[in-house]
Unconditional design. Structure first.
Lengths: 326, 332
């Protein structure tokens, strides 16, 4: 197990002002979320839309400024330090929107080199060609444009760009959800291989539990801006303890007809509520079959439990109950 | 099983070709696609982007846009010959005999009409009922797709509903006239995981209640496993394998089906994923022989020369491959 975290976040909180019908109201997209990731390790953050996972990712790479809390790189605050910020790079979800269509692949991948003044001229081109081969593309692709590539190839270009400044941490926001199944696996394997080769720490934002299982050592589950369960990947995904994680797990569609049919009719109740107007107490209580009075009044704090995942729940689901339910 | 086999299919398509003329050449989006859909069953058309699954269903619905050339040997819907039927008659079938649920509920609903007006319009134009009766029926309809306090929400507009609710409303409008065939084109792709499962449960329930057949279009093998009985796998505009869900998932015959299953990760176990190398074919200039041959790990010398025909290997199962992975006839 890798010991010392390279990137750490403590008590991150981000509040936005709502627009539209809820104009003027504030909502907490992320509230008090802490995490740590070590070199060579992947921490996945999973949850449904509105849970705050993308806002969390954007704070980690400096695209949003947290209202509260701090982000540490090797123990040092990362906020305004460009050299430290360079160490944390992002791979975006949509490989069609995140690459400038009017620039060549060379200029796209070299952008971090230009921004941080890392390489020029022949060295710049050589570095880009190295990066292209590292992500499994032909170095000759450098002079072509994004539209000449398929979705999977574009995501490889996005990964090459993120790696250009030699970061130690990669934050990937739903990097494979826009790709076809057969191509998804290529990109997941590429990330795993690059991680091994470069000893990268990866924060992988996703909603697909099966993809998460394939890539991560640890998993954090978010619901309406809060972390609700965190722990080793097999613990959280195979024997989840928070009722929300159990519901997510039960809703996951697996390509196994016998198992999938068992899951028919067991879908979680309701939908994630509007984050502008969250329920009091535990934010999952209106959808939770185990909710009691305390859940409706006081929000539970995240508690670590020896040998088990950490959960923010008054009535966690025990593993023997899971076996009975399945 | 036996009863079903003797029943006439409610939708029967044979030898469907759809091609588009583009500036760069002719794109053969769908080639020689045939399938039968029986009353009350769920048939899944599975494939990746560009496999032709959506174009196939749009051709059946008669709503292919652009300069498309469509031809078929047979296209029959509940006793109607779609190949000879006039445009007006076809329009009458849409909604009442066959209807479609799209992926994106927000763009499929009219933002400036209340839900009651949109659903009521169906009853008033197709059945000629009064405004009052249309409203009552619409409320009933919303209840059947489990929209809480339907009598109050009937006057709300689409933006006042969540994504999952909007998908329920879209399904409500598709089943309003109790069609024989429901085409569900990626009905859950845009939804959150927990809501996805709810919508699939709803489709199951409605199918049982109304006895309609569902043609489920999806790229997600998990959706197929949960909801379908039979599958047709499409690749490069053609059906490459058909069969019952259990049999095919347990022992796929076509290397593409096998590769697709192997590339899907599982929550239970961690194994290195086996991606399919390369990317789907360019349909303007598809590879010679089998369209899958450049990506196939089992390809032999025939594969680049002769395109394999879809052959029946066992009752209910067929594949288009020179070197199938399992000899189904013996295994069966």
């Amino acid at each position: 197990m890798p010991a010392k975290p390279i990137l750490e976040a403590r008590g991150l909180t981000k509040t936005f002002r709502a627009g539209g019908a809820m104009f003027g109201k504030q909502f907490q997209a992320v509230k008090g979320v802490s995490l740590a990731v070590s070199p060579g390790e992947t921490l996945s953050v999973v949850g449904e839309s509105g849970c705050g996972k993308s806002t969390l990712a954007r704070m980690l790479v400096g695209l949003e400024t947290p209202d509260e809390g701090e982000i540490l790189f090797k123990g040092e605050p990362i906020r305004r330090d460009r050299a430290l910020r360079r160490q944390v790079q992002m791979v975006f979800q949509d490989p069609y929107l995140s690459l400038n269509p009017r620039r060549t692949v060379l200029d796209i991948i070299a952008e971090p080199l230009d921004v941080h003044g890392l390489a020029r001229g022949a060295a710049r081109r050589q570095r880009v060609e190295e990066l292209l081969s590292a992500v499994g593309l032909d170095p000759a692709a450098a002079s072509r444009f994004p539209h000449e590539f398929s979705g999977g190839q574009r995501q490889r270009i996005g990964i090459a760009r993120a790696l250009a400044a030699e970061p130690s941490v990669l934050v990937c926001d739903e990097p494979v959800s826009a790709l076809d199944v057969s191509v998804q696996a290529q990109v997941v394997n590429l990330l795993i291989d690059l991680q091994k080769r470069l000893d990268l720490a990866i924060i992988f934002i996703a909603h697909d539990l099966a993809v998460v299982r394939a890539i991560s050592q640890r998993v954090m589950v978010m619901y309406l801006g809060r972390a609700v369960e965190e722990g080793a990947a097999d613990q959280v995904l195979v024997t989840p303890n928070h009722p929300y994680t159990v519901a997510l797990r039960g809703s996951a569609l697996e390509p196994d007809p016998a198992r999938a049919r068992l899951a028919r009719g067991t879908a979680a109740r309701g939908e994630p509520p509007n984050p502008v107007d969250p329920p009091p107490g535990c934010r999952f209580n209106p959808r939770c079959s185990r909710a009691t009075d305390v859940c409706r009044q006081t929000e539970p704090a995240m508690e670590s439990r020896p040998g088990l995942s950490a959960v923010a729940c008054y009535h966690p689901v025990a593993s023997h109950e899971l076996a009975g339910a399945a | 099983m036996k009863e079903q086999a003797e029943q006439r299919p409610v939708l029967s398509v044979s030898g469907l070709d759809v091609s588009f003329r583009t500036l760069r050449g002719e794109v053969k989006a769908v080639s020689d696609v045939s399938f039968d859909l029986r009353r009350g069953e769920v048939l899944a058309l599975v494939g990746e982007s560009g496999s032709g699954k959506s174009v196939t269903t749009r051709a059946v619905m008669g709503i292919v846009r652009g300069n498309a050339a469509i031809s078929a040997r047979r296209m029959e819907l509940a006793g109607n010959d779609l190949l000879t039927l006039g445009e007006d008659a076809k329009r009458k079938l849409r909604g009442s005999v066959i209807s479609l649920v799209f992926q994106d509920a927000l763009s499929a609903l009219n933002p400036v009409l209340s839900i009651g007006d949109q659903l009521g319009e169906l009853y008033r134009t197709h059945l000629g009922v009064s405004r009052k009766e249309a409203r009552e029926r619409s409320i009933e309809l919303l209840r059947s797709v489990h929209i809480a306090s339907a009598e109050r929400r009937i006057d709300d507009y689409p933006h006042q509903f969540s994504g999952g609710m909007r998908q329920r409303i879209l399904i409500a409008s598709a089943i309003a006239l109790r069609p024989d065939v429901l085409i569900a084109d990626e009905p859950t792709t845009a939804l959150d995981v927990t809501v996805q499962a709810q919508i699939l449960d709803l489709l199951d329930e409605l199918r049982e209640e109304l006895g309609m057949a569902i043609l489920l279009i999806t790229h997600d093998l998990g959706v197929v496993a949960r909801s379908a009985e039979r599958v047709a796998v499409m690749y490069g505009g053609r059906i490459v394998e058909t069969g019952g869900v259990d049999a095919m998932f347990a022992a796929p015959a076509h290397p593409y089906t096998a590769a697709l299953l192997a590339s899907a990760p599982s929550i239970e176990t961690v194994e290195r994923l086996e991606p399919i190398k390369g990317s789907p074919p360019n349909l303007i200039a598809p590879p010679p022989g089998c369209a899958f041959n450049p990506r196939c790990t089992h390809a032999g010398e025939l594969c680049t020369k002769i395109r394999p025909e879809l052959v029946t290997s066992a009752p209910g199962r067929s594949h288009a491959c020179h070197y199938p992975l399992v000899e189904i006839a013996h295994a069966g």
